[in-house]
Design a protein around this ligand. Structure first.
Ligand SMILES: [Zn+2]
Length: 348
């Protein structure tokens, strides 16, 4: 009888401790295994999109990466509570809605739908919960109200490893949209004339970006939970500020393992909207469909975006298998990609 194959081990890289942790129950050498708070259950929060436009390939990388983790945790027999939020109120959304002559709610809902279609095309499983910040304003207000003010938070910048000038502190969480210190950030943004707003003890306005993830993760998963993920561009200031404000309100707040995926590169540069060197998921998907060259879409997509997969060995193995199924070598795949890129450039 054939021996049952052992599934590949899962090793998590914790961005906070900068250490690799084999997932329980694997105990290996002196490495401390990662144990979920409740055995057999894993709680995971991943920062979601701001729905004001079609999502680009960088989003695809992030959500495919965390989808693989989600699936694998489930495959290992865990019950996984996977929460991914939508920042459905934001300056960019307000600006786009005004330009398009539609309401903020209608624009954000439209792009949430488009995002869901993209996730379906990429075969990402839906998370267990997808909260929108506009549905959690009361929790944001509650968190800000609960918060004391730090005059000092020595753990600030532990995640990013940054060093701030002591005079610029970066240690203070202040309730003020007008910065008194370069490192201050807004918890609550006052509404300008004509902008959507919610009433609060600090006047009409809307939540700052960082506070919403603290509020929604705590509401959905509790003050201590297992995994918090996102792209590595979110480490600073977004996640640093999340840690500071969660701890300010609830000192027991803790994320057991912070995980971050890498950037998507194009021509050796980070792909970003500001550099205007990005492809949307939709562009790439349509391209793949029309060329009909590559039938296993999402792995090809990962190759297209020049991934560094070292931290996710499972992805690497999946990619190998997929290439095998498509009867393609790495070189052939690269050729196809180059041909398509050249064709696209010609078409522009
Ligand atoms: Zn977030």
């Amino acid at each position: 009888m054939a021996e049952k194959a052992t599934p590949p081990r899962l090793v998590l890289f914790n961005s906070m401790t900068k250490k690799k942790q084999p997932f329980q129950p694997v105990v290996e050498g002196r490495k401390e295994p990662f144990k979920p708070l409740v055995e057999g259950k894993v709680s995971m929060f991943v920062c979601g999109i701001t729905p004001y436009d079609l999502s680009h390939v960088g989003h695809a990388r992030a959500y495919v990466a965390f989808d693989v983790l989600y699936r694998y945790l489930k495959f290992l027999g865990n019950e996984v509570e996977y929460v991914r939020n939508f920042t459905d109120i934001d300056n960019k959304i307000i600006k786009r809605a005004n330009e398009a002559g539609e309401t903020v709610e209608s624009l954000s809902s439209r792009f949430i739908n488009e995002f869901s279609l993209d996730m379906d095309e990429l075969q990402c499983l839906p998370p267990t919960r997808e909260p929108r910040v506009t549905e959690h304003i009361e929790h944001v207000i509650e968190l800000i109200t609960k918060k004391g003010m730090f005059t000092s938070f020595p753990e600030y910048l532990q995640l990013s490893g940054r060093i701030l000038d002591r005079n610029r502190a970066g240690e203070r969480v202040a309730m003020d949209t007008r910065k008194r210190n370069p490192a201050d950030f807004a918890l609550w943004k006052s509404a300008k004339e004509g902008e959507p707003f919610w009433e609060s003890p600090w006047g009409p306005g809307r939540p700052g970006w960082h506070i919403e993830c603290s509020a929604m993760s705590a509401h959905c998963l509790g003050h201590v939970f297992d995994i918090h993920g996102g792209g590595k561009d979110l480490i600073f200031p977004h996640h640093e500020n999340e840690v500071a404000q969660s701890r300010a309100a609830y000192p027991e707040s803790e994320v057991k393992c912070w995980m971050h995926n890498g950037f998507v590169n194009k021509d050796d540069q980070k792909m970003s909207k500001s550099e205007n060197n990005f492809f949307t998921i939709r562009d790439v998907w349509n391209d793949l469909k029309t060329t009909k060259v590559l039938d296993e879409s999402f792995m090809k997509l990962l190759r297209t975006i020049n991934s560094d997969l070292d931290d996710l060995k499972v992805l690497k193995q999946l990619k190998g298998k997929t290439l095998k199924r498509a009867c393609l070598s790495e070189e052939q795949l690269q050729e196809q990609i180059e041909e398509r890129t050249a064709a696209r450039k010609q078409a522009v």
